[in-house]
Design a protein around this ligand. Structure first.
Ligand SMILES: [Zn+2]
Length: 129
């Protein structure tokens, strides 16, 4: 139920943002989903539909923009995208130590891609207020 709780969080955040404006209906929610969240986009879409039922976000389109994970190397100072471990599924790779693509050191820290953020929301506003 990983995707369902994420979908609920997205709906909640969208509704909160909508409250600040006179939003009649949320039409589109754009989210950036980090590689290391392991959220499955199709599952997230599906759960978003369920979570948004009977809210302002009902029938809204969920646009998912996948963001690459980022790491920092303590040895050479490399900061950037994590290297894909070809023979390791990402679910395993994140618990293993990610190697620095620059110096192959294992002294790396994940600095990005572990969360999801709403980048923006498109909505119909009530212009007659
Ligand atoms: Zn390095």
């Amino acid at each position: 139920m990983h995707e369902f709780s994420a979908a609920c969080a997205i709906v909640d955040a969208a509704l909160q943002a909508a409250e600040s404006y006179s939003v009649k209906k949320i039409t589109t929610v754009n989210v950036e989903v980090g590689e290391f969240t392991f959220l499955v986009p199709e599952q997230l879409q599906f759960n978003f539909e369920i979570a948004s039922k009977k809210t302002l976000a009902e029938d809204a389109t969920l646009n998912i923009n996948l963001v690459k994970g980022r790491i920092k190397c303590d040895d050479c100072g490399y900061q950037g995208e994590a290297q894909d471990e070809e023979d390791m599924p990402p679910e395993v790779a994140v618990f293993a130590t990610l190697k620095c693509p620059s110096c192959q050191s294992s002294a790396t820290t994940i600095t990005g891609g572990k969360d999801f953020v709403i980048s923006n929301i498109e909505a119909e506003t009530d212009t007659t207020r």
